[in-house]
Ligand binder design. Sequence first.
Ligand code: SAH
Length: 494
Amino acid sequence: MNGKLYGVGLGPGDPSLMTVRAVEVIAEADVVAYHSARHKRSIARSIAERHLRADHIEEPLVYPVTTETTDHPGGYRGAMEDFYAEASARLAAHLDAGRTVAVLAEGDPLFYGSYMHMHKRLADRYDTEVIPGVTSVSAAAARLGAPLVEGEEVLTILPGTLPEEELAARLASTDAAVVMKLGRTFPKVRGAFERSGKLSRARYVERASMSQERVADLADVDAASVPYFSVAVLPSQVDAERPVRGGEVTVVGTGPAGPLWLTPESRGALADADDVVGYTTYLDRVPVRPGQRRHGSDNRVESERAEYALELARRGRRVAVVSGGDPGVFAMATAVLEVASQPEYHGVPVRVLPGVTAANAAAAKAGAPLGHDYATISLSDRLKPWEVIEERLRAAASADLVLALYNPGSRSRTWQVGKARDVLLEYRAPHTPVVVARDVGGPGERVSIVRLGELDPAVVDMRTVLLVGSSLTVAVRRGDGEEIVWTPRRYPEV
Ligand code: SAH
């Protein structure tokens, strides 16, 4: 009978953090295998050392390379591939001979561990069991003695080998984080914490639970001293003292709907704010952070809302002003900057963060109607006279631009769409495709494609955006029955 394969998690370093089951399995095993770098002691073996016996067959699996330089024809990947094939064949020979094999793994075997390469090659052929272990994440958090994540907080685990930009974006949009695989990656990881504005709360744990353990504030760590066995930790922010940074206003766009279209930067700015100000509908889309104050209002009083936000910021609060979509498209950014241009608010820092605007989201749902030049026009005559709107519709239509029409109508504004259609029909054929997109990305999403000649004003409401094609825009029915719309990037004459 074949032997059994075990992947044995040994915990973070302190042998007393091995599980009872890990000890049992090692006691039962005929063969004890462990990975190590060339010329280096195996950390896994040293954790389990007191449980190893003279009659254990030891099977060291020595990596041919640990950095990405090798003369293997297949490069680093090729060298590793050969190594895993050879190592798993050696373990398979023991298993075929009926010997029980325990592959030792520091921490948890399936958590960034070397064991999994053996597992993937052997588990479908041999009876296999994985013994979970305490990870360095838990060990580091325990050492810091502070909550890691609480309630609905999100913990993000990141390998420090990711590009700095990616790390910064992930850090900006999470509540708590652990960055693994430090060492040479440290300067980049530190840079990412700094860029995400979270460096002041970041901690550092080196060799958690091992003999040379060290705990520090990440900002104080000398990059030259950082070993691979160390982690950066951003603990829970629930009771965290907020760094004193002075007041500011950040104008944030939540995207058309839902968390999928909220950028990491915007998510981070919302979490970071002391106060969130906005139209109640948009505020409801913002995840609640304990301790944050919310100031909802109705859709109309934009300048008062802007003034209120700037006033809070002037008194030292960090304020996020929320708009749907992109905050610069028929939304709060202008109102805030208008008020901020008054002398009494000159000193208050204001930032605008971009968001996915409704036209772009709607276009993507329908295909690519905005693939060529287009104009964006609001049909609301609340803030500009209808004559101006009509003039712009004519100008854009005669220039053969695709049109994105925002604010096409509401319960009280019902005639504008019909009027706009009639104006456009003076320039465009009745069969011109029109995308009618309602609540894109939200629970009430409805995207339909109609013809300009048949555009019925009753189909629009406050949550609708219209995309009207140019003379070149086409609607095509695909094999699956779906109709898609696109505008070519090339004019026929070119
Ligand atoms: N700043 C927003 C636009 C605010 S004006 C943005 O960039 O999208 C409000 C208009 O935006 C609505 O009348 C509608 O035309 C459009 N809109 C906003 N969200 C939408 C969505 N999810 N689906 C369709 N249209 C939307």
